[in-house]
Write a protein that binds this ligand. Structure first.
Ligand SMILES: O=C(CO)COP(=O)(O)O
Length: 122
């Protein structure tokens, strides 16, 4: 089953929730995971089942990055906050880097997230 991670920084969580609601039928076809707070918010706002990793600042980005390194993740939608620095910036950079190492699909804004979700469907 196609495995997709959903992540959003606090200022972007409402955008990701709206995106997820709008694509709920499509996302139901995927095996979903998320960082801790993002996953909680998505499950409160939709009927989707989302596997929750640790919260981003506590290592959640790295946990998702490890799945990329293992080759078991097909794509990531990661809505970062482009206007505020994050305390765990090194972890965020590590996740982006490992996606490039393994050529894993990564969307960091809604326009590209649309393509990613469509592109991963069979
Ligand atoms: O910080 C994050 C990604 O870098 C997201 O973490 P949360 O989903 O736990 O807020």
């Amino acid at each position: 089953m196609t495995r997709v991670a959903l992540i959003a920084h606090d200022e972007k969580k409402s955008e990701l929730i709206e995106f997820t609601q709008a694509h709920e039928a499509q996302l139901r076809e995927y095996d979903l995971l998320a960082t801790g707070t993002t996953g909680k918010r998505l499950m409160e706002a939709t009927d989707l089942e989302v596997e929750r990793k640790a919260s981003g600042p506590l290592g959640g980005d790295l946990m998702i990055g490890s799945e990329v390194a293992e080759g078991i993740l097909d794509g990531i939608v990661f809505l970062r906050d482009p206007l505020r620095a994050q305390p765990h910036e090194p972890d965020i950079s590590a996740l982006l880097r490992i996606c490039d190492v393994h050529d894993t699909a990564l969307a960091t804004n809604l326009a590209s997230a649309e393509f990613l979700i469509e592109g991963l469907s069979d």
